[in-house]
Design a binder for this molecule. Structure first.
Ligand SMILES: Nc1ncnc2c1ncn2[C@@H]1O[C@H](COP(=O)(O)OP(=O)(O)O)[C@@H](O)[C@H]1O
Ligand SMILES: [Mg+2]
Length: 160
């Protein structure tokens, strides 16, 4: 599925569509260049999952992992600075996922094994900004189908 993200509002709506579709234990790989809007998308998604306004969603580039008080619980990670799979595995993302957290991991296409199998990938491209969503197994394909339905209701438009 490819969605057009011409405005920040459209990206917030994609976050809301993802939030409506997610279930505990789902994992999303967020890829795309610096400044694409990965953290911005996480912000919209977490607000839609009930994150209080006073809780900021900061880029975890330096902290690597942040847990957010949403329902279900979100674990937001950034694998940009990691050098190898072992370092990525030490973040404990797999264990968090098994315990029912939703994983939102920027740059996780570098070490997808650290998230376990069957992740949804959301790749944001620039010029013009658009999001490409792809599943990799039964669970993420079901998630993708639910996102597509929610995106339609939120009037997000398909991109060429
Ligand atoms: N349509 C859009 N979607 C997301 N971000 C946008 C959009 N248009 C402009 N922006 C801006 O682009 C920046 C994206 O930054 P950020 O989310 O930190 O990127 P990344 O995490 O991918 O490096 C934000 O400052 C945001 O305000
Ligand atoms: Mg970021």
């Amino acid at each position: 599925m490819i969605l057009s993200l011409p405005t920040r509002r459209a990206t917030r709506h994609l976050g809301r569509a993802l939030a409506q579709a997610l279930a505990p234990g789902d994992a999303i790989i967020l890829s795309g260049p610096l400044g694409a809007g990965k953290t911005f998308l996480v912000r919209g998604l977490c607000r839609a999952l009930g994150l209080p306004e006073h809780e900021p969603v900061l880029s975890p580039t330096f902290t690597l992992v942040r847990e957010l008080p949403t329902t279900p619980r979100v674990v937001h990670a950034d694998l940009y600075r990691l050098g190898n799979l072992e370092e990525a595995e030490q973040l404990g993302l797999l264990e968090q996922r098994d315990a029912g957290a939703v994983l939102l991991a920027e740059w996780a296409e570098r070490f997808p094994e650290a998230l376990g199998p069957d992740c949804l990938t959301v790749r944001i491209e620039l010029g013009p900004r658009r999001a490409l969503l792809a599943g990799s197994g039964p669970r993420s394909l079901q998630l993708l189908a639910r996102v597509a339905e929610a995106a339609l209701q939120l009037r997000l438009s398909a991109a060429p």
